[in-house]
Structures are given as structure tokens and as C-alpha cells.
Design a binder for this molecule. Structure first.
Ligand code: GLN
Length: 475
């Protein structure tokens, strides 16, 4: 079957009877099977998906199908889907099944998407390469020797290769945007509190956000429109009205700031720098005003992010003690020994390291020196970022300093791995919405991502500008 570029195209074909939903699902399942070596899926819901497709076909004939009928979606292994296994890429949740469906997933189901499977990811969303999954790394579809990016690596590769049309991932510090950049697709992290977190496994709750991975802007916007907004199960969701994101127009001439350090920084790969420079020229050609801007707090963003997220993670992950969920150790000497063994055997190395770091950050003697201080710096970063939006409509920079790297490259140097989050963590610390769109490739054909950040709740602006850039390129 020919491959389609957007949901609109799929729906036109479904409506005219040129294809059926069952055929669409069959073609996704075939690709999943052919590309199983990439390790993008931990579980494929073949039987269910086929059954749902035939149901959607009936609904289409009856004229009762939902807005997303025909869309095949994959879920990062961080999202609850009732009666389906959920492991957060971890051994500690072995055998665990969700007892309810999260809000975002439910809203998709209500509009007749077909959920095709559960996607591999870094354990509890902690990682930038998908090498921290207890179920093996995900390989990049362009070059299987290269990482997919992380932590939503399986979700990105699945969309990249056409195993599904869209994935829901989670983005705490870049986990949707960075793998989207590494695989050449689109990844949105909306404003913090735009989408309910009910049914999303918690990593660092004041940063966590469900994100959307697609091949085109229109589908991304439509999905956001369906899943965003108030939810009685998550009181932190914003009351800001959900606008019709998918009805974006061309963006009127905008004032765009590019963070100088993101181009001057010597850790940025030359091709990434050159492509970003070209994109800035392109933005000018499109009629936008582009200006360099300093962000003096740049050096503090990554440490602030890692101090606060590990602190929150140490608290969030304390619930995995072998009593309530999944894996339990055979150790029976004492309750304390049982906890210790369960957690040492169930959690992977990176997660253990972060729990320990976070516990240290929150310990009575160091709380003020690290946690309180990092909170103050976060406030400053938020304020300074928000001040920039008094001057600019958008901030832009590369999504990641490099393209996808070799598997295993940073196994012995975790700090260098953290470096790949350099440009994505700003919008996570500040809570602003940000998107990664494709921006050409390096000499090995590996995709480069271009990141656009907007003022809070201006996702529609992000979509409009992204669409102009991508359309402009096609013409
Ligand atoms: N790579 C970052 C981390 O390891 C981001 C992860 C994420 O966004 N979930 O924390």
C-alpha cells in the first residue's frame, strides 16, 4: 500500500473507499514486523488493532467515526492504558498492568484512533539515547549503529519508519524533541500544564509533559487539540482555553531571537551550526526579523535541571518497593533487606544513580545548598526566559548540539551524555512550549533538528511558524 503523508490524506482515501482502516493497520503491522530489529516496540497489539480497525471501518460507513479515525498511534511505555502492561522501560515494573487509562490516551480513543502498541524508552524516561531501557536499546532507522535519541526513542523510530502515524511520548527535559531531531520527524513539548498528566508515569512532576511525535505539523496540531485541556483527575492542568491548534494560518512577520551561545558553543557539531545558520537566513527570507540574543544563565540551566529532576525522581520513585507493584525480590530476611534487594535488582544503574543523587540533594544537610538554591535559579531562568518573550515572539536554536551518535559512545562518560540535553532543558525548566522540526542532515545523512520555543500557550504560533518553514523549504 502507498504511504500517506497526513491524516487528512488517509481520511480522504477512507471516505472515498479507496482504502480501509483494516488495510492501514495491516500495512503498519507489516512494517513493525520488517523493522523489528530496531527494537522500537516492546509489545504490539496486533489482534486488538485489527479488531478496532474493522470497528472503525463500520463507523466510517455509518458516518459516526471520530475526528481521528484512521490514525494509528503508538504509546511510550510511560502511559497507562487499562489492562495493558506498563513497565516504564524498567524491570521493576515487570508484570504490571495499568488499572486505568490516562486522560490523553482516553481522549485519543474517544476519537477512534487505533493504538498499535507499547514503545521502548529509557527507564523511567531517564536518558538521551534509549540505551537505559531494561529491554535493550532502540536503533535509529537511518543507521542502526546510531542511537535513536531518548528517552522516547521507540516512539520516534516508530513514526520515522511508518510503523505508526503518531506516538505519544513524554518530555521532561527534551525526551520528545531530541529523539524527534535524531530521527528527522516533528516533536512537540507543549506548555507545562497544557495536557493532563493523569496516567503518565511520574519522573519529575514539575517538568513532566506528554509530548506528540508525528511526521507533519497538521497531525501534531490536531492531536494536541484533542488531548489538551482541563481534566478533573489532574488539578495542575491549566484553565487557559484550548484553541483550534490545527487551523493555523501563515505566520505574520515575527521577531525571532536566536540564542547566540547555541551557535558559538564549541561543543556544537559544525554541520549543526551551518544548518542552523542557513535556517536563520531562511527565516529572514520568509520576512521575519532575526536577532542574536544573549542568555547569560545558559551555563546554569543543565545543573539546575539535573538537581531538581533527580530530587523529584527520588521522591516519585520511592513507591516502587516490591510491595505494591511489579518485581519483588526473593530476599526474606527483613523488610528493609527486601526493599533494598528489590530496588537494587529492579532498577537499572542510571535510575539508581539519579535516586541517590536526588536523595542527597534533598538530605537535611544539603537541602539549602542544592535544592533551595536550584529552585531559586529555576525561578530566575523562568523570569529571564519570560522577559525575552516581551521582546521576541520566538526563540530558536538547534534541538541538540550533535546528530545521532554511535551506540555505546557515552557509556563511560555520563556527563557528556547529559550534554546532549543542553538546548532542550531551557524550555523544560521554564515550562514554555517548544517544538523540534527537521532541518536537513549531516554528511552521513543523519537528521538535524531545529528548535523553536514560544511564549506560554502559544502552541498555535509554533505550528504556524514551523509550517511556514517546512512548506517554504518544499517550494
Ligand atoms: N535526557 C533527559 C534526562 O535524562 C531528558 C529526559 C526526559 O525528557 N524524560 O533527564
Amino acid at each position: 500500500m502507498e504511504s500517506f503523508t497526513s491524516l487528512r490524506e488517509i481520511q480522504d482515501n477512507l471516505k472515498s473507499g479507496a482504502i480501509t482502516c483494516s488495510q492501514v493497520v495491516a500495512s503498519c503491522l507489516k512494517i513493525i514486523d520488517q523493522e523489528s530489529n530496531l527494537n522500537a516496540f516492546l509489545e504490539v497489539y496486533s489482534k486488538e488493532a485489527i479488531e478496532k480497525a474493522s470497528l472503525v471501518d463500520h463507523k466510517i460507513s455509518a458516518g459516526t467515526a471520530g475526528r481521528l479515525a484512521g490514525l494509528v498511534v503508538g504509546l511510550k511505555d510511560m502511559l497507562c492504558y487499562q489492562d495493558h502492561t506498563l513497565q516504564a522501560g524498567s524491570k521493576i515494573l515487570e508484570g504490571f498492568e495499568s488499572q486505568f487509562t490516562g486522560t490523553a490516551v482516553q481522549r485519543l480513543l474517544d476519537e477512534d484512533v487505533i493504538i498499535i502498541g507499547r514503545q521502548n524508552c529509557d527507564e523511567f524516561g531517564m536518558g538521551s539515547s534509549n540505551e537505559n531501557s531494561a529491554y535493550g536499546p532502540v536503533h535509529n532507522g537511518i543507521d542502526p549503529q546510531k542511537v535513536s535519541g531518548g528517552s522516547s526513542g521507540g516512539s520516534a523510530v516508530a513514526v520515522q519508519r511508518g510503523m505508526c502515524h503518531a506516538s505519544l511520548g513524554s518530555d521532561t527535559g527534551g525526551s520528545v524533541r531530541q529523539p524527534a531531531a535524531f530521527t528527522g520527524i516533528i516533536g512537540l513539548k507543549p506548555t507545562y500544564s497544557r495536557i493532563s498528566r493523569y496516567g503518565l508515569v511520574a519522573y519529575a512532576s514539575s517538568f513532566d509533559s506528554i509530548g506528540i511525535l508525528t511526521k507533519n505539523i497538521e497531525d501534531n496540531a490536531l492531536i494536541l487539540e484533542v488531548i489538551a485541556g482541563l481534566d478533573e483527575y489532574d488539578s495542575t492542568v491549566s484553565r487557559t482555553p484550548v484553541t483550534s491548534y490545527s487551523s493555523f494560518d501563515r505566520h505574520s512577520p515575527a521577531k525571532i531571537g536566536f540564542i547566540k551561545d547555541s551557535l558559538e558553543n564549541e561543543g556544537v557539531q559544525k554541520e549543526v551550526r551551518d544548518r542552523t545558520q542557513l535556517q536563520l537566513e531562511h527565516l529572514k527570507e520568509l520576512g521575519h526579523q532575526v536577532e542574536a540574543v544573549d542568555f547569560p544563565l545558559m551555563d546554569y540551566i543543565l545543573p539546575t535541571y539535573y538537581l531538581l529532576t533527580t530530587a523529584e525522581a527520588s521522591s516519585n520513585l520511592s513507591r516502587y518497593d516490591g510491595v505494591k507493584y511489579g518485581y519483588r525480590s526473593n530476599e526474606q530476611d527483613s523488610l528493609e533487606a527486601f526493599y533494598k534487594h528489590t530496588r537494587s535488582e529492579g532498577f537499572g544503574k542510571e535510575v539508581q544513580k539519579r535516586i541517590m543523587l536526588g536523595t542527597f540533594v534533598l538530605s537535611a544537610s544539603y537541602y539549602d545548598a542544592y535544592y533551595t538554591k536550584a529552585q531559586k535559579v529555576r525561578k530566575l531562568i523562568k523570569e529571564k526566559t519570560s522577559e525575552l518573550f516581551d521582546q521576541f515572539d520566538f526563540l530558536v536554536m538547534p534541538t541538540s548540539p550533535t546528530t545521532a551518535f554511535e551506540l555505546g559512545r557515552f557509556s563511560d562518560s555520563p556527563l557528556e551524555m547529559y550534554w546532549s540535553d543542553l538546548f532542550t532543558v531551557q524550555a523544560s525548566v521554564s515550562g514554555n512550549p517548544a517544538i523540534s522540526i527537521p532541518n536537513g542532515t549531516d554528511k552521513n545523512g543523519l537528521p538535524i533538528g531545529f528548535q523553536i520555543i514560544a511564549a506560554d500557550f502559544n502552541e498555535k504560533g509554533l505550528y504556524a511558524l514551523s509550517n511556514d518553514i517546512l512548506k517554504g523549504r518544499d517550494n
